[in-house]
Structures are given as structure tokens and as C-alpha cells.
Design a protein around this ligand. Structure first.
Ligand code: NDP
Length: 280
């Protein structure tokens, strides 16, 4: 049924290219939303300690069958010190009701906090990889300078870098570093939380191919090779976002979407160089 391609990660595992994101899905909505997604055919869930719904993701995934689903979670900003990271990772596994996670990420680099030390945090994630409790490890919101520092100071290459990418912020520079260094790019907010869907250029392409604007934008990501996990709590949209493997965009359409890039002006989330949010 599912025609979602698998993408190879540098450590030898694979990840389904299309998944389901649960940022801003309230805990009380999460079991239902994730279960709907799994019934539709998604086999990859992207959560984080910060989203406060790991336990509900764990519940839905356990009922469906843990071994059938690729699960990602992320280390929250308050836990970058190695001992805190170890404790937080134990809690993540407990909440997910699993003795492993398929992919574990540093959620934000926080270069202005912790004396700029995200390297010891990364070395701590490497412990989870070595002991087999994380099948793959990676980073999120890392800029090129941050990735270069990991490369210079550690021997472990992130499997993925999860960054903001959509037609208004194509983030080519960071994507190119990933492509050159065996780091898969995961595109967060793939439809810019809906902000790109009314764009006339996208509407025109959608009419031409007989698909919705959301499907066109998600297909654009797939053809560029990035991993995506659109979020929705609306069952019809969860299904719509999965139905992107029965059509193709031609090169002109792909280029037209890429040409909508607004650079930094197109960013909807925080800038990773300055983001310094710490939870209470
Ligand atoms: P998305 O770009 O996935 O957009 C989600 C929004 O678009 C919701 O409001 C949803 O509404 C709406 N929507 C979804 N599908 C459709 C559709 N087919 N037509 C119209 N509207 C639609 O935003 P997210 O920020 O949630 O990003 C996706 C995932 O990326 C997150 O859930 C999370 O897993 C990850 N992420 C990671 C970050 C990081 O720092 N690493 C930061 C942000 C996101 P509704 O639910 O009402 O249907």
C-alpha cells in the first residue's frame, strides 16, 4: 500500500522519507492523531521532549506495533549538560515505552548558552548510539558553522540535520553542506504551517497537476530528496498529505517553487544562531 521511499542514513539504518510531525498536537489529541496517521500508512513519527506528547506517541505506537514504526525524538534545550542529557534520554525512552529510539536529535544548538558548548552534548548522544539505545543520532537547527565544529572536534557525523525548509526559506546553503557530508536534510514546517498555501504560483501548479497546494509543496520536498513530516490533526488532511506518490512535478514546476525563496525574510521560526529559549 505505502509507496513511501526509504532514505539511507550514514550509520546504516534507513528512514521513511515521509513521516508525521506532532509539534503543537496537544497531549489529549495525540493518541488519536498518531493512530489515524498510522492507519493511513505513515510509518514515521517525529516528536520531541519539548512537544510534551512523547508519552501519547509511545501509547499509540505501542498499540500499533513498535517494530513497524520509525520514531524520532529530541533533547530539550534545558538538558545539554551530559548528565542532564543522559537523564533526559532515559525519560524519553520511558515515555516512548521503548528500549530504543530510531533517531535522537539535539533540538537546538544554543550557541549563546552553555558557553557555546554543544560538542559535549553531541558526544553524549554518541554514547546512546554506541550502547544501541539510539539507532541513529543527529542534530536539528544546526548551521554550517555548527556542523563544521562537530566535524572538526568529534568523529561522529550526524545522520540528519532537521532544519526549517519550505518554498519561502529554501535554506540551500545548509542543505548543500548536508549533501556534501552525508547528512540527510529533514525539512521542518514543510508547508510553513500553511503560510505558503495561498501563494498564486503554487496554486497555478496545483491546478495544472490536479493536486492541492499542500500536496504540491510536499511533493517538491520529496523530489528534492529531503525527509518531511507534515503535521495535522485533521483526518482528511492527514490522508491528503500522504497522497503524494501518484504524481510528479516537472523540472519547471520544481524550479518555480524553489524560486519563491525569500531568504531570511522567509523564516517562520527562530534563527538558530540566536535562539536561546530555555523551558521553565
Ligand atoms: P507544517 O508545515 O507541517 O504545517 C502544519 C499546519 O498546516 C497546521 O496548522 C495544519 O493544520 C496545517 N495543514 C496541514 N496539512 C494541511 C493541508 N493539507 N492543507 C491545509 N493546511 C494543512 O508545520 P509544523 O511546524 O508542524 O512542522 C511539521 C513538523 O516539523 C512538526 O510537527 C515537528 O515534528 C517538526 N518541527 C521541528 C522543529 C524543530 O525545531 N526541529 C520546529 C518546527 C517543526 P491542522 O492541524 O489544523 O490540520
Amino acid at each position: 500500500m505505502s509507496s513511501v521511499p526509504d532514505i539511507s542514513l550514514n550509520g546504516g539504518t534507513t528512514i521513511p522519507q515521509l513521516g508525521f510531525g506532532v509539534y503543537q498536537v496537544k497531549p489529549e489529541q495525540t493518541v488519536e492523531a498518531v493512530s489515524t496517521a498510522l492507519e493511513v500508512g505513515y510509518r514515521h513519527i517525529d516528536t520531541a521532549e519539548m512537544y510534551q506528547n512523547e508519552a501519547e506517541v509511545g501509547e499509540a505506537v505501542e498499540s500499533f506495533g513498535r517494530s513497524k514504526v520509525f520514531v524520532t525524538s529530541k533533547l530539550n534545550n534545558g538538558f545539554h549538560k551530559p548528565d542532564d542529557a543522559r537523564r533526559a534520554f532515559d525519560e524519553t525512552l520511558a515515555k516512548l515505552r521503548s528500549d530504543f529510539v530510531d533517531l535522537f536529535l539535539i533540538h537546538w544548538p544554543l550557541p549563546t548558552l552553555y558557553d557555546g558548548d554543544y560538542v559535549s552534548t553531541w558526544n553524549t548522544l554518541a554514547e546512546f548510539l554506541s550502547d544501541g539505545r539510539a539507532k541513529a543520532i543527529g542534530v536539528s537547527n544546526f548551521q554550517v558553522a555548527h556542523l563544521e565544529r562537530l566535524a572538526a572536534e568529534t568523529g561522529v557525523v550526524p545522520a540528519v540535520n532537521q532544519i526549517e525548509v519550505h518554498p519561502y526559506l529554501t535554506n540551500e546553503h545548509v542543505r548543500a553542506y548536508g549533501a556534501d557530508n552525508d547528512i540527510v536534510t529533514e525539512a521542518w514546517s514543510p508547508i510553513a504551517q500553511g503560510q505558503v498555501l495561498d501563494d498564486p504560483a503554487i496554486g497555478k501548479i496545483a491546478s495544472a497537476v490536479g493536486k492541492t497546494p499542500a500536496q504540491v509543496v510536499l511533493r517538491w520536498h520529496i523530489q528534492r530528496g529531503d525527509v518531511i513530516f507534515p503535521k495535522s490533526t485533521t483526518p482528511s488532511r492527514i490522508k491528503e498529505n500522504f497522497e503524494i506518490f501518484d504524481f510528479e512535478l516537472d523540472d519547471d514546476a520544481v524550479d518555480a517553487l524553489s524560486a519563491l525563496d525569500k531568504g531570511e525574510q522567509g523564516r517562520t521560526g527562530p534563527n538558530p544562531d540566536t535562539f536561546d529559549y530555555l523551558p521553565d
